[in-house]
Write a protein that binds this ligand. Structure first.
Ligand code: NIG
Ligand code: FE
Length: 413
């Protein structure tokens, strides 16, 4: 092995869930008694200790996992972590019987958060979002996608994306930004959704592209959001400007947004409670990932389940995420989502770990992470567990022991 001189850290005596399955009966891709050799920010070698290349271990830091488990750093592929205020009072209203939609229609919901977000300065937005990232970091999360969508005017949308860029620079977690200007109708465009979509397409998208502030573009296609034609206009412009697209689809009703997203080679469609078989088929054909959000399902007390059986049947890869946001999922725990994906959506613990590693990376169009293999980013979590199924099985025990992000050992432990 000619890179042997470049090895700068070694992890030995680890059980490893590589998440590179070796066959139909091994969803975890397990290496027992394994080792990982790191070179800078990448994995240079991974395999059983017995086959480890010879190294001068006296000159390299060696970490013994003492039989504990390594997994890829977890990936939260759908969040809205940058926003102002909170909606605890609307939570109270919902508990008294009002629905999410009726609160939205009476000027609350996303509009409440838009008012608070427009009023918030960058420092406040940064420090609140940082607290959320810190919580995710303590759970082994190394990549987080976050969306704009609570500004809804050019200046405020740019403010949210700029805060996300500053977080990416100053926080160890890798941030992937998505522009969600078409999240809701701002008050200035009440009764003029098409006029607002003009603003999104003609001013916001070109500015976001010019400033390189987002990797992807998302739309809330819903009866309380935007219709198919409006969604398509945003997708067309986004594609012209070189963005990947993804969609909040079939969350509260079946708008057939997923089929539209498939026609635009979207990376993912997310939520999907009301998705039908035609939509599942379209996802399969377009190679999309289904991002399920059990936190929002639980928080809205939804009773309509996403078509899990059909997704499995058509072999559509499933990712899961927190959807952390002030309205439908103020739940900042990806490990909790893994548990919910099993208890509510009947995923196996193996499918649930795949859903926050390999499939979550695919949902973001990232090929350099989500698996432990030679050449991948050295984003590695070390867990005090006896089997990887334990990550979905128990909750609240803080099983993370160590975390490497791009080869750097996090100081949080
Ligand atoms: O992903 N569905 C649209 N957007 C968010 C909720 C937004 C809000 O209520 O603030 C979601 O569930
Ligand atoms: Fe969302």
């Amino acid at each position: 092995m000619d890179t042997i001189m470049d090895i700068d850290q070694v992890i030995i005596d680890a059980n490893i869930a590589t998440m590179v399955p070796t066959g139909p009966n091994d969803e975890y891709g397990i290496i027992e008694q394994g080792a990982v050799l790191l070179s800078g920010d990448k994995i240079a070698w991974i395999g059983p200790m017995a086959q480890m290349p010879e190294l001068d271990l006296l000159s390299i830091p060696v970490y013994s996992a003492q039989g504990a488990w390594l997994t890829p750093g977890l990936i939260d592929c759908h969040t809205h972590i940058v926003f102002g205020g909170n909606r605890s009072q609307e939570f109270e209203r919902r508990l008294q019987g009002e629905s999410y939609q009726s609160i939205a229609q009476s000027g609350g919901g996303i509009a409440t958060t838009v008012r608070a977000t427009r009023a918030a300065d960058r420092e406040t937005l940064f420090s609140k979002a940082k607290q959320r990232l810190d919580a995710l970091l303590r759970e082994g999360v190394t990549t987080v996608e976050t969306k704009s969508g609570y500004g809804l005017d050019l200046e405020s949308e740019l403010k949210l994306l700029e805060v996300a860029a500053i977080l990416d620079e100053h926080h160890p977690i890798s941030i992937q930004s998505t522009f969600l200007g078409a999240h809701a109708l701002p008050p200035e465009y009440k009764d003029d959704a098409d006029g607002y979509i003009d603003l999104v397409c003609e001013q916001m998208l070109p500015e976001v592209a010019a400033r390189k502030l987002a990797n992807a573009v998302d739309v809330f296609c819903e009866n309380v959001g935007f219709n198919q034609a409006q969604t398509e206009r945003v997708f067309k412009r986004a594609k012209e400007l070189g963005f990947n697209v993804k969609l909040h689809a079939e969350q509260l009703s079946n708008m057939h947004g997923t089929e539209l997203a498939a026609r635009y080679q979207a990376l993912s469609a997310d939520h999907l409670e009301y998705l039908d078989e035609a939509g599942v088929k379209a996802m399969k054909e377009a190679g999309m990932v289904a991002v399920l959000l059990p936190g929002a399902f639980y928080y809205l007390r939804e009773t309509k389940y996403p078509p899990i059986e059909l997704l499995h049947q058509y072999q559509v890869p499933i990712a899961i995420a927190t959807d952390f946001n002030p309205g439908t999922s103020p739940l900042c725990s990806l490990l909790l989502m893994m548990n919910m994906a099993c208890t509510l959506f009947k995923l196996t613990p193996g499918q649930s770990l795949l859903a926050v590693t390999r499939h979550a990376a695919t949902a973001l169009g990232l090929e350099d992470r989500g698996q432990l293999a030679q050449g991948m980013r050295a984003d590695i979590a070390l867990w005090d567990i006896e089997h990887p199924s334990q990550l979905s099985y128990e909750f609240g025990t803080g099983p993370l022991k160590k975390l490497w992000i791009q080869g750097v050992l996090s100081k949080a432990f």
